[in-house]
Design a protein around this ligand. Structure first.
Ligand code: SAM
Length: 402
């Protein structure tokens, strides 16, 4: 590959709100980067891209910059693209997918830019090799990403393909599941991953409205230091000319090497809905962490709380997308505040919600509010510190008669 062992800009994309967590992840892999609105910009080579794809929990796509082009219009874009050595990058008998983000006065639909770019690239490959790759929107082979603003176009090799949020374990999504990357970001924001390694005070993770189990599964993967990319069957980098299976196998072994066998505390996932718990259990099995999570069917107020140690409890209650939902959900949010105070003294409680009015019904003062986006909805992860003995002490009984 002409580009593979030179250091180049790497743009890792992610949902808004997650860049601080993603930047910590890339730095931990030795690739410190600059936070952008929906991504992190760092620098590295193709090997680094493979490591990022295997390890990242909060990133969506790992894009390796290939070229910056001056392209005032689609004809110029095609001309510039046809100068690049695509026959050394994309196999003539492979498959090509192009995705883009375009703001150019001559392009109304980014699919038109994708088509123009694809034609220029496959025509060049066909002229040099006598065969042309198939193409289509399904990221089943080599992938490219085009970022085009006015006259400036940047072409990236998309080394990921289907976004990293699709870990491959969620065969049963149940209702309103969190995206895996967002769930991982929530768990990292609670500090659970860091605390889980500390021995002095056993740390547990409770997910009492577990739905399809995403938070509990991501918590297990984090605490066990398991690289989520090891669960994926494929990455787009495997479909590029020069892909080295031996290097990939070595990087997979490296990613596996740091994994732990045991959790320091317990992970307990429960839900009122038996179907949700069945889905969560199945998903945990697919992710290889079923043995590390205890599952229960119960109201969140009856969730098992381990007698020893403390930890974090994360609730992702429904927050009502439709008008008029709020009054129905208010008692549940009030119940969360009661549950936190009564059952979890000394713990840290978290509520992830997109409805500030309902969040106020929890009735406790949040210590921190972390803004995160669930698709387009701006949400908050609210943290409550639940002091030991914070419940009001019972009034002393009046002096007994002497
Ligand atoms: C928004 S979903 C959680 C989605 C989950 N984070 C995921 O990624 O799949 C809310 C869940 O709360 C559950 N739930 C609603 N009321 C409950 C209650 N009183 N006790 C326990 N679970 C409840 C629902 O069955 C639903 O699965």
């Amino acid at each position: 590959m002409p580009f593979s062992d030179r250091k180049r800009p790497i743009l890792v994309t992610c949902p808004k709100g997650l860049p601080p967590f993603l930047a910590r992840e890339t730095a931990a892999l030795g690739l410190p980067g600059r936070e952008l609105a929906a991504g992190v910009l760092c620098e590295g080579d193709m090997r680094d891209c493979m490591r990022l794809n295997l390890a990242l929990r909060t990133g969506h796509r790992v894009l390796l910059e290939l070229a910056r082009l001056s392209a005032p219009d689609p004809a110029a874009l095609a001309r510039e693209l046809s100068r690049l050595p695509w026959e050394d990058i994309i196999p003539a008998d492979g498959h090509l997918t192009i995705d883009s983000s375009v703001q150019n006065e001559h392009v109304r639909d980014s699919r038109f830019a994708n088509q123009k770019a694809k034609d220029a690239i496959v025509d060049r490959i066909s002229a040099r090799k006598g065969r042309r790759p198939d193409s289509g929107p399904d990221p089943v082979g080599a992938c490219l990403f085009l970022h085009w603003r006015g006259e400036a176009a940047t072409v990236y090799i998309d080394t990921t393909g289907a976004p990293l949020s699709r870990r491959g374990y969620r065969k049963m999504p149940h209702k309103a599941p969190l995206q895996e990357t967002l769930a991982a970001g929530i768990v990292l924001a609670t500090g659970y991953g860091q605390m889980a390694g500390q021995a002095e005070n056993v740390q547990h993770f409770l997910s009492p409205m577990c739905g399809s189990g995403t938070l509990a599964i991501e918590a297990a993967l984090i605490a066990l230091n398991r690289a989520p990319g090891l669960l994926r069957p494929d990455f787009a980098f495997r479909h590029l000319i020069g892909f080295d299976d031996k290097v990939y196998a070595e990087l997979r072994r490296e990613a596996q090497a740091g994994a732990k066998k045991e959790l320091p505390g317990r992970i307990i996932a429960s839900d009122l809905d038996p179907e949700a718990v069945a889905a969560a259990r199945q998903n945990a099995r697919t992710a290889g962490v079923e043995a590390h999570i205890s599952f229960e069917v119960c109201d969140f107020r009856d969730s098992t709380v381990p007698a020893e140690g403390t930890g974090v409890c994360v609730l992702n209650p429904e927050y009502g997308a439709r008008l008029g939902d709020s009054p129905r959900l208010e008692p549940m949010y009030e119940g969360i505040g009661e549950f936190f105070k009564k059952s979890l003294p000394g713990w840290r409680g978290f509520v992830f919600t997109g409805n500030p009015a309902l969040a106020a019904k929890v009735g406790l003062k949040p210590r921190r509010k972390t803004p995160l986006f669930n698709a387009k909805i701006e949400c908050r992860l609210l943290e409550y510190e639940l002091y030991q003995g914070s419940r009001r002490a019972p009034k002393p009984a009046s002096n007994p008669p002497e």
